[in-house]
Ligand binder design. Sequence first.
Ligand code: SF4
Length: 389
Amino acid sequence: MLCNLDVEGATKGQPPLDRCSFLKCTPASGAATVTGIAEPATAVTPAEDDARYIVEARFYRKLQNRKVKCTLCPRECTVRDNERGYCGVRENRGGTFYSLVHSRVAAANVDPVEKKPLFHYLPGTTAFSLGTAGCNVNCKFCQNWNISQSQPEQVPAQYVPPQRVAELAKQYGSPTIAFTYSEPVVFSEYLMDASDAGHEAGIRSIVVSNGYMQEDALKAAYGKMDAVKIDLKSFSESYYRQVVTGQLKPVLDSLVNLRKLGKWTEIVYLTVPTLNDSDQEFRGLAQWVKANLGEDVPLHFTQFHPEYLMKNLPITPVATLERAKAIADAEGLHYVYIGNVPGHPAQNTYCPKCRKMLVERVGFTASRMLIEKDHCPFCQQPIAGIWHA
Ligand code: SF4
């Protein structure tokens, strides 16, 4: 949910913002109107308000006849003057390409990092989380379609410049900023500037992304992240074409490049009944992860719920998720989780050597955390992850 503020993230002794002052839902669109997080109000005209969200894009080439080619994601849109790319948030104005969503926050919240989910990154902490309009794919099951499939003008938003993002993270006691909700690839310039501001203030950054991105852009933008969660939506090109409107290969390339960059990365695989839930696909995925990323990369098999354009399929049976986990375990992955099934024991972290439970999770809360100095306290096995601030 985009519209629930977890005020428990606020630091003791600091005045908590009440839920309504922080973020108010707009039932008509389902989108979140963010209030109370913008910079103190200054009188600006509508034109001035519009102008402050627009910055020149950092990933494009100029072509003849005032056309541009975007080099941010694998779509490589060629965009004519006065037109926008597929994602709807990058526009050609007179032969110069612009992002329209810098500091234009359409959804914000304070979430547990376990909700992203990142299970091997500062368990029990929160992330000040935000997103803008726009996405570079169109998943038929998107939970946040109301902002991801919208143009910037179609969703209520607030001006939250990079330094303000860092201030808000501090105000809420979050050691991390999370770029999430829609698709951070399309607001890369804002992500880069806000993560820089966060790092200057001692705040880390994480991103929740589809990984559908060009290599140079990934290095420049996600190279600034402290951890990354990639939604690997299937292990089949045909699924990516038909259900995601994208391609698998560039996402696999991004995962390999994140490993080369040394970024802590976790993978989520939304398991959709009948579409990406075969033994063969689970096995192929697990074998690819082990061979290309290593056995310590966490892999989360999460439960699908009917949403958006895919309301004809049932919720994923828990038995399917357990079958996926059993296959990935058998292939030798060390940390295979089952997600969106509250109370399932496969939400806990176990030592891959002695099998003792090291992190217990209840809902989105890490209720017990036994890892000491990145090791299992029972058998001294190293446990991969970023466990302590
Ligand atoms: S980021 Fe947007 S404009 Fe750029 S290539 Fe991708 S979809 Fe096209």
